[in-house]
Design a protein around this ligand. Structure first.
Ligand code: NI
Length: 222
């Protein structure tokens, strides 16, 4: 094989590998191989111009982690009827801070009676570095009522699996300055950990606020 053909072949293989990884990420995020409608939900939701959607796949559930004060925390401990979860990590250079900020902006845009029904929750996907103290400092930047959760890696992994959250170390994975690839959605849950609705973080905070308000009003009138 000459050099040129070898180059073409390796470029093709690299492209195929990249496609396979991307497909795997989407598969992780959206709920496995036999749940096609779930995989289409976010695209449909965006096409319809709405920030909220309900996945067809089974997503959500109760969990027990440790809050930023070192106390155990489960959805049943919510002082509000609902929690709005975002999975991320405190060392995230830009995506997590932006999306947590958007979550705060959306809650602040709600009328107080509605906002008061939701507790913002941050669950780390990097428990190795995100200790209780690190999480405490972090969540204080975003919302006075935000609860930050960490725990043993296997517990975090179990919660992430329940919520179909993909995460994996990337970059300098042997050193202390690694990054964590992770999926990004907001999950509105009730006190049993049952999923009420998911929201895409691609939506502007105003659209997220609108979709949240709609969901909370609909839930209240049930
Ligand atoms: Ni992030």
């Amino acid at each position: 094989m000459n050099r040129r053909r070898l180059l073409v072949l390796s470029a093709t293989l690299a492209t195929l590998a990249a496609i396979a990884v991307a497909a795997l990420v989407v598969w992780h995020q959206l709920g496995g191989p036999d749940e096609g409608p779930a995989a289409r939900a976010p695209a449909d939701a965006e096409a319809a111009g709405t920030a909220g959607f309900m996945p067809a796949a089974e997503i959500g559930g109760p969990f027990r982690l440790t809050d930023q004060h070192g106390q155990p925390f489960a959805p049943a401990d919510l002082s509000t009827p609902y929690g709005l979860i975002y999975f991320g990590y405190t060392y995230c250079p830009d995506v997590c801070p932006t999306e947590l900020q958007d979550m705060t902006l959306a809650l602040d845009a709600l009328e107080p009676a509605l906002a008061g029904r939701v507790t913002p929750l941050f669950i780390t996907v990097d428990p190795e570095r995100d200790t209780v103290e690190t999480v405490e400092t972090y969540v204080a930047h975003f919302h006075p009522r935000m609860i930050g959760l960490t725990g043993e890696l296997d517990r975090i992994r179990a919660v992430a699996d329940d919520y179909r959250v993909y995460f994996a170390k990337t970059g300098d994975t042997d050193g202390p300055d690694y990054l964590v690839d992770h999926s990004s959605f907001y999950y509105l849950i009730d006190q049993e950990g049952e999923l009420v609705r998911m929201f895409t973080p691609k939506a502007a905070p105003g659209d997220l606020a609108g979709a949240l308000a709609e969901t909370l009003r609909a839930a209240a009138s049930e």
